[in-house]
Design a protein around this ligand. Structure first.
Ligand SMILES: [Ca+2]
Ligand SMILES: [Ca+2]
Length: 564
């Protein structure tokens, strides 16, 4: 305060006082330290902040702004400081150090100033310039790196997250978002930020780096801010825009890759299995299902996942790759989630849809090689078939080609997953099919072996052989009405008893001649042996006329009993 008084004492009256001529006529300037780069030199009318140390020619100090810790602020060339300083600062650069020797007639003249400065004193001011600006200045913006693909740039009412380093014009750091390890977050154009930042952010792309020079009247002005921004300070910012959205934003979906065919697109209520890479707009990754080597699985449209994902996964095809960009109000909001996702972050998910299904789905059958036939596979039939089983993304799981013979099964016997059993029905021998089995008809939510939980399975099937089956419990059926007197037909040598050999020969002949059919899928001898045992009630190795009671008749009687 004292010095500002001293230096700003009205000197107008001295200008006409002719004192003793001093040793020098004008200020003498020694620019003993000039910065390499000087973008601007002080001109008349500029406002400056500078530190100084004032001494007399004998070296005795009369004043120092350093001692007070507050730089001196003044407009240059307007008579608001001693004339010698108005002259002595012209052409000075920030961080330049000069020694200005001021003859008394350009200082306090023959009257001196107070007790401290005697009459006709020559003053030596050692000055370092801290800041220079002008009322005509504007916020200056320089983009040092702008991404090639800039889809969007900052507009008024956008919300931004940016990093910055803030320095004063002399290089002193006053603030940095990096030091806080979090971005500076703000609405733009709503007065949340100083005017210079608002202006400097407009038009920025995510990933762009800008340097700003903000005059104090677009920054913190005459009050300064906190301990680090002095009054009347020009501020320099190095900005990097990290994130950008508007509260009116909706989910953005970009298709990255579509499969050649897409028979069906997902709708609410579908259950989707997908892989994803999650990044922020600046490209930094925060999560990946690939890293866990496990798909993310969810119902969509039912609120099980963040709203942006619920929306972004609508209408996908199996195998599709899409990018889903969601603003924070459709993701984790202004508070973020965990350590990974900061508040107000826009999330970018690159999604690969592995499969989806609906709990109401049935088996989907596509005939890829169609044949006409009289007899197609049905429940109870014994069939042989080849198959390749894979996931919807093509990952192979099982194949009958790994074995020497085709797979065989009796349909409807609960020997294979329900969806496969169903997919094998109605086939002609030689027919080929592609069958999609939803998990509830496959291996369910838990999966099995290499089959992931809730996976849709794809079967490529070919029916190799078909043996029409018998109803459950039957070992043999007549294809015509059968003989009227069965025992007589069985007992070919007419000795009133039928041993196994006689029985076997007879049944084999019926099968060969197409009059009857044995239960398929088991060795005929085994089936016939079982039939024989069923009829040989006393187990003496011979069937008699009394014992003979075919299963068909027994069943007919049973049915009759039940009716009764
Ligand atoms: Ca006999
Ligand atoms: Ca017997």
């Amino acid at each position: 305060m004292q010095v500002s008084l001293l230096l700003s004492l009205c000197f107008a009256k001295w200008t006409f006082i002719v004192g003793n001529p001093g040793p020098i006529e004008d200020v003498v300037i020694d620019r003993y330290s000039v910065p390499e780069h000087c973008t601007r030199e002080v001109k008349t009318g500029d406002f400056v902040r500078y530190h100084y140390n004032g001494t007399f020619v004998d070296g005795k100090q009369f004043d120092s702004s350093h001692d007070r810790g507050v730089a001196f602020f003044v407009q240059v060339g307007r008579g608001r400081q001693i004339a010698g300083m108005d002259k002595g600062l012209i052409g000075m650069c920030v961080n330049e150090r000069r020694r200005v020797t001021i003859p008394p007639h350009l200082a306090y003249g023959s009257q001196g100033a107070g007790d401290m400065i005697k009459a006709d004193a020559t003053l030596i001011l050692d000055v370092v310039l801290l800041d220079v600006w002008n009322q005509a200045d504007q916020t200056r913006t320089h983009s040092s790196s702008r991404p090639r693909n800039c889809r969007r740039s900052v507009q008024k009412s956008d919300f931004v997250r940016f990093h910055f380093n803030g320095t004063l014009l002399d290089g002193t750091a006053f603030d940095s978002s990096y030091g806080r390890h979090q971005t500076q977050d703000s609405l733009v154009g709503e007065g949340w930020l100083i005017a210079g930042l608002e202006e400097g952010l407009l038009g920025m792309c995510v990933g762009e780096r800008r340097s700003l020079s903000v005059p104090p009247f677009h920054a913190y002005g005459e009050k300064g801010y906190g301990a680090n921004v002095p009054p009347h300070a020009t501020l320099l910012f190095d900005l990097v825009l990290e994130d950008l959205h508007n509260s009116k934003d909706d989910v953005t979906v970009e298709t990255l890759a579509l499969p050649q065919s897409c028979a069906r697109r997902s709708v609410s209520g579908d259950y989707i299995r997908y892989h994803y890479n999650g990044t922020f707009l600046n490209g930094h990754a925060f999560d990946s299902s690939y890293r866990r080597n496990q798909t993310y699985n969810t119902y969509i449209g039912l609120g099980y996942v963040i709203a942006g994902m619920d929306k972004g996964l609508q209408g996908v095809c199996v195998g599709e790759k899409r990018r889903i960009i969601m603003p924070p109000h459709l993701a984790y909001g202004q508070h973020g989630a965990g350590k990974e996702i900061p508040g107000s972050a826009v999330l970018v998910f690159d999604v690969h849809v592995v499969d989806f299904h609906n709990p109401s789905d049935s088996v989907e059958i596509q005939v890829t090689h169609r044949l006409e036939c009289n007899e197609s596979s049905a429940v109870d039939d014994f069939i042989q078939y080849h198959y390749n089983c894979s996931l919807m993304d093509g990952t192979p799981l099982f194949s009958s080609k790994d074995y020497q013979t085709p797979q065989d099964v009796t349909l409807g016997a609960d020997k294979v997953i329900d969806g496969l059993d169903e997919g094998l029905r109605g086939m002609c021998v030689g027919e080929k099919r592609r069958v999609l089995v939803p998990p509830h008809l496959g291996h369910g939510e838990r999966g099995a072996g290499d089959v992931p939980g809730s996976a849709v399975l794809v079967f490529e099937l070919e029916l190799m052989s078909l043996h029409k089956g018998l109803p459950p419990g039957y070992l043999f059926v007549w294809l015509d009405s059968g003989p009227a007197d069965l025992f007589k037909e069985l007992d070919t040598n007419h000795d009133q008893e039928v041993p196994l050999e006689e029985f076997s020969d007879f049944i084999a002949l019926q099968v060969t001649e197409g009059r009857g059919r044995l239960k398929p899928g088991v060795e005929p001898a085994v089936v016939i042996g079982d039939m024989f045992k069923n009829q040989d009630r006393n187990q003496d190795g011979r069937i008699t006329a009394d014992e003979l009671k075919l299963k068909v008749q027994e069943d007919a009687e049973n049915a009759l009993h039940e009716e009764l």
